[in-house]
Design a protein around this ligand. Structure first.
Ligand code: ADP
Length: 424
């Protein structure tokens, strides 16, 4: 904008100066006084415009103002002679100097003026632009606030809804909106998480009630037996009663140990003591301990081929892993008439594979996926002692060691449990 004003102003100054120098050079009838009158009345006259005309000997021939400066700017005249045309601005005044070749001689015309209206227009434009800029900015801010509020309003809704959800009313769900945009996706994912939390709470609730039920049953039996024994005034048959009580207490002890170990298996592996353990030794010690607990059990251990020492080594919490193996070995013996479990050890590039199989009562197909739930026992196992936490515990321990557990079973034919754990 400023350039445009400058170019227009310079063009007007030059046009006025050219008219004056042409009249002075080419029209004989025009003298200095007449030229002054013509200049002063020019239509295009700019404020404070001054036109000076020199001959090539640097003598001032004409000046449009009444009191021309006495000192001639020789440097400027030399520059004009050298460059033919000179333009510059000083103190907001634009000056143009150029050579005009008349019929008989050459002239140097220098004109300068202050482009008052141009500057005023420019100033006005500047103010208009600044005001418009601020108005536009205010509009953008208001619209931005409006749209951001609009865009964030579903989030605000979600926050309000989340505030209403507590541990006791996890059933409350978030509004899932149109099921497409990101906020709906967030609500969907949040609802899924609530479902998982609800399941976990439910599992915990049923676990506690199952555990207390399992603890209450033997305690009731114990109390009943003690009461009957105390009623018996002649104090006969104490041995039989004591034997029964001991059995019940052993079961109680087993259950409380199992619950304790289950709590431990819920820990993170990093919170447990982990060391290098040789799997053959571990299986051997589990077998020995189980045989010590029940002398009627038979546990046959087969190792195909002894591999490299490295393949035999696991990173494990020895005590927990031994508990898992004992539970599975014990089931094999407990649920089979011949009280026998076959244990085989195999190895591949990454894993140790321990298989524990029996020829016992087997597990119904429908029960197979439920036997890992805490306290779940299949119908055909009801006549055998147990609490239904051994397999839950074993699976947790094996998963804690980054292993996996597969179970295959046919009712009345037998069961085979395959444990896979990565070795070193
Ligand atoms: P428990 O043996 O104390 O009942 P577990 O958690 O060890 O508890 O086993 C859960 C259920 O899985 C058992 O009640 C039984 O029905 C079934 N089960 C586990 N192992 C065997 C097996 N080897 N043969 C037959 N049934 C089994």
């Amino acid at each position: 904008m400023s350039n445009f004003r400058y170019e227009e102003s310079v063009a007007r100054i030059k046009a006025n100066a050219l008219t004056s120098v042409k009249l002075l050079s080419d029209v004989k009838e025009v003298n200095i006084d007449l030229l002054k009158i013509i200049d002063k009345n020019a239509v295009n006259l700019l404020p404070e415009e001054k036109i000076s005309i020199y001959n090539f000997e640097d003598q001032l021939l004409y000046c449009s103002v009444d009191n021309p400066p006495e000192i001639t700017n020789k440097d400027l005249l030399h520059r004009i002679k050298a460059e033919k045309e000179v333009q510059y601005t000083s103190n907001d005044r634009e000056t143009v100097g150029f050579i005009y070749e008349g019929k008989n001689e050459k002239f140097i015309a220098i004109a300068s003026a202050y482009d008052k209206t141009g500057f005023e227009k420019l100033d006005y434009l500047r103010k208009v632009y600044v005001i418009r800029f601020f108005i536009a900015l205010a509009i953008v801010v208001v619209i931005g606030l409006f749209f951001s509020k609009q865009a964030l309003s579903p989030l605000t809704d979600i926050v309000k809804q989340i505030d209403r959800i507590t541990a006791s009313n996890l059933k409350l769900k978030l509004n899932e909106g149109n099921q497409k945009d990101e906020i709906s996706q967030l609500a969907i994912k949040f609802n899924k998480m609530l479902e998982r939390l609800e399941d976990a709470f439910e599992m915990q609730r049923s676990f506690v009630s199952n555990a207390s039920h399992e603890l209450r049953t033997p305690l009731t039996t114990l109390t009943g037996q003690l009461e009957v024994a105390l009623m018996n005034k002649d104090k006969s048959e104490p041995w039989e009663v004591l034997k029964n009580l001991l059995d019940e207490i052993k079961q109680l002890n087993k259950l409380s140990n199992g619950l304790l170990e289950l709590a431990q298996a819920n820990l993170d592996i990093s919170e447990l003591k982990i060391a290098e353990v040789r799997v053959d030794e571990l299986v051997g010690s589990a077998r020995a301990e189980l045989l010590k607990r029940n002398r009627s059990y038979k546990l046959n251990l087969n190792i195909d081929e002894f591999p490299d020492e490295k393949w035999l080594t696991l990173l494990a919490n020895e005590q927990l892993l031994r508990t898992a193996l004992i539970n599975i070995m014990e089931n094999g013996c407990k649920y089979s008439e011949n009280t026998t479990s076959e244990i085989t050890l195999k190895f591949d590039l990454q894993n140790v594979i321990i298989t524990i199989s029996d020829k016992g009562i087997g597990i119904n197909k429908d029960d197979l996926h439920r036997i890992f739930e805490p306290f779940y026992r299949s119908k055909n196992a009801k006549n055998y002692k147990g609490h239904g936490i051994g397999l839950t515990l074993a699976k947790k321990i094996i998963y804690l060691h980054k292993g996996s557990l597969k179970i295959q079973s046919v009712v009345n034919q037998g069961t085979s449990v395959e444990i896979t754990i990565p070795h070193l």
